[in-house]
Unconditional design. Structure first.
Length: 253
């Protein structure tokens, strides 16, 4: 199977060009987070959406953005991915209707599919937040707080990125930070996906760890809209932003 490639450069993090820091620091601290919920979006289309928003955010044309969406079945490879962590053959992936992409984010192998909430924050990190480890921990905190709203106790796992509950992984994180400290890619929260699809990979390259979902934890179906609302609320709290719906064609489902 031919791998489709992300439009971004393959290096997970890029140095800022001269002048980018001055431009970012001269901009008033943003207070708004525009939230777009386009529903089910093909992975390639989501990459294009992110690329355009990153350019516009870096230019100061738009405030911080948060895309909340779902993908059709797809396996993505991060910058540190090992191809052997994709356990299914190319023929098996095609038979199961699973695309395969090389993505310009950090991390290893990840699965996305219907029933999984994928979040792509396009943020210009403020000077006090320009620490990649802090940004990862902040994203984890958003998901931990969102899950708590459904009575699910979630936490970090020492030495690992992502969110866990009962020793099983419920959310994965893989990011990119471009010049000007503008973020892209983000997180994937298992709301109610078909967990059997994770058998095609070694999730995030971590052997011997199971995955779970919010629906499995609460013992029944969960509204995706309610989870989106919880994530937006937690995101606004953690990043000190006010979430508002985005306007225009991209905001329609």
């Amino acid at each position: 199977m031919r791998l489709a490639r992300d439009h971004y450069a393959q290096a997970p993090f890029k140095a800022e060009p001269p002048g980018a820091t001055d431009l970012a620091e001269s901009e008033p601290e943003p207070a708004t987070l525009e939230v777009t919920r386009p529903g089910l979006v093909e992975y390639a289309r989501a990459l294009d959406l992110q690329a355009g928003l990153v350019r516009r955010r870096a230019a100061g044309e738009i405030p911080d953005q948060l895309l909340l969406l779902e993908h059709p079945h797809v396996v993505t490879l991060g910058s540190s991915a090992h191809r052997e962590h994709v356990l299914a053959s190319d023929a098996q992936l095609r038979e199961r209707g699973i695309e395969l992409f090389e993505a310009g984010r950090g991390g290893d192998v990840t699965y996305h599919g219907p029933g999984q909430l994928v979040g792509y924050p396009i943020l210009r990190l403020r000077p006090g937040r320009r620490d990649l480890h802090r940004y990862l921990r902040d994203l984890e905190e958003v998901l931990i707080r969102a899950l708590a709203r459904f009575g699910v106790p979630a936490a970090r796992a020492e030495g690992l990125t992502g969110v866990w509950t009962g020793g099983r992984k419920i959310a994965a994180i893989g990011i990119r930070v471009s010049s000007g400290w503008v973020t892209s890619h983000g997180f994937a929260l298992n709301v109610d996906p078909d967990l059997d699809y994770f058998a095609n990979i070694v999730p995030c390259g971590i052997h011997g760890r199971e995955v779970t979902s919010l629906a499995e934890c609460v013992g029944g179906p969960v509204s995706m809209a309610a989870v989106e609302d919880a994530v937006v609320s937690a995101f606004a709290e953690v990043f000190s932003l006010e979430g508002v719906p985005a306007s225009g064609p991209a905001a329609s489902r």
